[in-house]
Design a binder for this molecule. Sequence first.
Ligand code: RNT
Ligand code: ZN
Length: 413
Amino acid sequence: MSGCFDSAKEFYASIGVDVEAAISRLSEIPVSLHCWQGDDVSGFENAGSLDGGLAVTGNYPGRARNAEELRKDIAKVLTLIPGKKRLNLHAIYAETDGKKVERNELETKHFVNWLNFAKEQNIGLDFNPTCFAHPLAENGTLTNADAGIRNFWIEHAIACRRIAADFGKELNNTCVTNIWIPDGSKDTPYDRLAPRKRLMDSLDAILAEKIDSKYNRDAVESKLFGIGAESCTYGSHEFYMGYAVSRGILLCLDAGHFHPTEVISDKISSTLLYLDEILLHVSRGVRWDSDHVVCWDGELQAIASEIIRHNYDKKVHIGLDYFDASINRLAAWCIGARNMYKALLFALLEPAKMLDDAEKSGDLASRLMLLEESKSMPFGAVWNEFCQRNQVPCGMAVMNEIKEYEKNVLSKR
Ligand code: RNT
Ligand code: ZN
C-alpha cells in the first residue's frame, strides 16, 4: 500500500466516498473480453474475407493465426487487465480438427479447448452465432427471402444456443448469447416490412427451445447501418427494442451503432424500465466505423456512471467490441479493457451523496462544480492500487510487457 493511496483514501473519505467499498464492488463486476480483437475477426474457418459490412483496417504484424496462438495471446492479455473477466467467443472460433463442419452443425465438442481454457483461467464464457463471412450470408441471413437459406441461419443460431447452454452448465456461470446480423440494403428498399417480419419469425423459431436462464440468456443487437447496408438495416433499434421487450430477452446496445451524436449511456435507464437485463457492446464509433479501440472519453464514463449510480451491476452485462489491426493487437485489447474498468472505478469514486443532495435541492451550480472537480481528484492512486492488488502492472509498465511479448512471441509469427 502506497502513501499516495493512503492519502487518496483519506481524501475520498472526506467527501463521503469509501474507497475500500468501491474496490470490492469493482472486483465483482465482470467485463467480457471479445476474442476477435486478437485475429481481426478471422476465426478458424479460413473463409477469406470478413464482409457483413464489417471491416478491420491495418495489418500490424503478429496476428494470431490459429487457436493456440489466440489463446496464448488472450492468456497474456488476462495478466495485464485487472478485475473480473469473461471471454466472448464467436461461432467461427470453433475447432474442427481440419474437417469442414457447417455452421448449422456446430456442437459443444468443437469448443472443448475453449471450455478448458475458461476453466483454467477461471472465467465465464459468452457466445455469438456468426451470421457473416459466409457464402450464404451474401443476400441476408435471418431475413433472407429464400426459406432454405433462412433456415440454415436459424439452425446455426439454435446450435449456438445449445453450445452456450453447455458453456453455462459446464462453467456454472451464465453465458450470454448475442445475435447480430448484417442484413440490410445498400439502396432504398421498396418493402422494408417483409424482411422484418421474416426476421421476427426467424428469431421466434430460434428462441422456441426453452433454455434455463441459469445457463444461457439471449440478446439481440441493433445497428444503424453497415458498409453495403447504408440505406436500411432491418435489425434496427426500434425493431429489436420491441422484440426484446415483447419476448423478455436482452437488448444489446452497441456504442457504435447509433447516429453520431446519439449515445447509449442515455439509453440504459430507459431500456431497463422495460427490460430485466441488457448487454452492452462497449465500442467507439469514429465516422463510418463503429469499432475503434475504446478510449476513456466522456461517453465511456457516462456509460459506467449510469451502471454504478443505479446499481445496475447485475442487470447490465458489459461486453467489449472493437477491432483494430493497425496497432499491436494485445495493446488494443488492454487499452480498451483497462479503460472500461477505469471508468467503472471512477464512477464508484464519485461523491454520490453530495451530487444527489445538490441535484435534489436544486443547487445545480454545486452539482456542476462537483462533477468537474471530480475529474482532478486523486483517482490515479486508487487505480494503481487496484492494479497492484490484482497483480497486474500499472501505467506504461503494461506497454513494456506487451513490447517484450511482441519481441519474444509476436515477431516470430
Ligand atoms: C457488428 C456488431 C457485432 C460484431 C461482432 C463481431 O457491427 O457490432 O457485435 O462486431 O459480433
Ligand atoms: Zn457489437
